[in-house]
Design a binder for this molecule. Structure first.
Ligand code: SF4
Length: 398
């Protein structure tokens, strides 16, 4: 399998892995990493009082040539310039529905921009305002590690009956692996349907890269037991599992997690219930199993928004998802007398999402308006072909 390339306007990035020191300084780029690292220079200062006006003016100069996508977890200062907001899959589809836009500016993280590149036309250029905006979860499964895992499954004599199901939050390489081996992509909204489909195709599922979404869907939504699931640790030989354990498991869960949602604990749930009597606890399925089991409601970002829209006045909610979104929802629904709090007492932004800030957005829009293509994300053809196959299987799910 080839490795998905991040194309930037600097030829030296295509060669050797970047020295660690440069990565730590936030300079240069690591084209082999999902997260990418690049500090583009010439950034406007965050304290520049004219940033909002500069972003507005550059966007106006670009007109229909640019389409700005804003993920739900983005900061308010960025979201205000989004032409459309949503989760990663909705945004990629929205971009594909705008073929007249030459530039798709994706205010989100690296794997989302890759998915947008896969789903949009060849002539459309997807741009990520800061290449350091990666996803720790997606980085937890590399192409090499997943190939080793497949070798372990082959060795155990089960590869032919295992169907890979990969969460949208994965690199293009992992999506391509999934497509190549007869699997599908899923989102947090359709994970159950994806698993049902996968168990019609085979007898076991390799779920990548989020162990929590895989476990929660299998146990909570499909009635499997915790014992039906094993966790494959890519840092241990054979995933830390015996061939027998691999053969007996229904769900082989990749040992990955979201660093934001993984922070919520059973204690956070108990604590908020003690602090706010009558509170409804609503969490994302990327949370740990014990958190999901203790919550009143569980669902994707879109589900969380819809639930709060439909909630009666006077109701109280503790939400277990990214803080930018929770804060925005709390402000939005305060006027309707709905009390919305963050599930945990400590602040929990997605730090890589937060890298996309107004200075980076201004720099991106002004560069594009001046005819300079920056921070392009481009998936190579072979990877794109197989990743698209996996995405199309998801789109065809009943
Ligand atoms: S919230 Fe979690 S899964 Fe989403 S981009 Fe951040 S680290 Fe990745």
């Amino acid at each position: 399998m080839t490795t998905a390339q991040t194309t930037v306007d600097r030829s030296e990035l295509d060669v050797q892995p970047t020295p660690l020191a440069l990565l730590l300084l936030g300079r240069e780029a690591d084209p082999r990493s999902e997260r990418g690292v690049e500090c583009p220079g010439d950034l406007p200062s965050p304290s520049d009082p004219g940033l909002v006006e500069r972003a507005r003016a550059a966007k106006e100069r670009l007109g229909d040539k640019v389409f700005v996508l804003g993920h739900h977890y983005q900061r308010d200062e960025v979201i205000q310039f989004a032409d459309v907001t949503g989760d990663s899959f909705k945004l990629a589809k929205d971009a594909a529905a705008r073929p007249e836009a030459e530039y798709i500016v994706f205010c989100g993280v690296h794997f989302m921009a890759e998915s947008a590149d896969i789903l949009t036309g060849d002539e459309q250029k997807v741009v990520l305002p800061d290449l350091a905006a990666g996803c720790s979860m997606a980085d937890m499964a590399t192409a090499e590690q997943v190939a080793e895992c497949w070798d372990a499954l082959t060795e155990a004599g089960i590869a032919e009956r295992v169907v890979p199901v990969s969460y949208m939050n994965s690199s293009a390489d992992i999506k391509a692996f999934t497509g190549k081996h007869g699997g599908t992509i899923c989102t947090s909204s359709n994970a159950k349907r994806a698993l049902e489909w996968a168990f019609e195709q085979g007898e076991q599922v390799l779920f990548l890269p989020d162990q929590h979404l895989g476990r929660n869907t299998a146990v909570r939504d499909m009635g499997m037991s915790l014992e039906d699931c094993v966790v494959y640790n890519p840092h241990k030989p054979n995933g830390g599992l015996t061939a027998e354990q691999l053969r007996n498991a229904k769900m082989i869960l990749w040992r990955g997690h979201c660093s934001v949602h993984g922070r919520f604990s059973l204690e956070s749930v108990e604590d908020v219930r003690a602090r706010i009597p009558g509170v409804n606890v609503l969490v994302h399925p990327e949370c740990k199993h014990e958190v999901v089991a203790a919550a009143d409601y569980v669902g994707s970002t879109e589900h969380i928004i819809k639930t709060l829209e439909a909630a009666p006045a006077g109701s109280k909610w503790a939400i277990g998802t990214e803080l930018n979104l929770v804060r925005r929802l709390a402000n939005r629904f305060a006027a309707e007398d709905k009390e919305i709090v963050f599930l945990d007492k400590t602040v929990c932004f997605c730090s890589t999402m937060n890298r996309i800030d107004l200075p980076h957005l201004v720099w991106t829009l002004e560069s594009l308006a001046d005819g300079k293509l920056v921070n392009r994300i481009e998936v190579d053809r072979e990877t794109e072909q197989f990743a698209k196959l996996a995405l199309e299987r998801m789109l065809a799910l009943p």
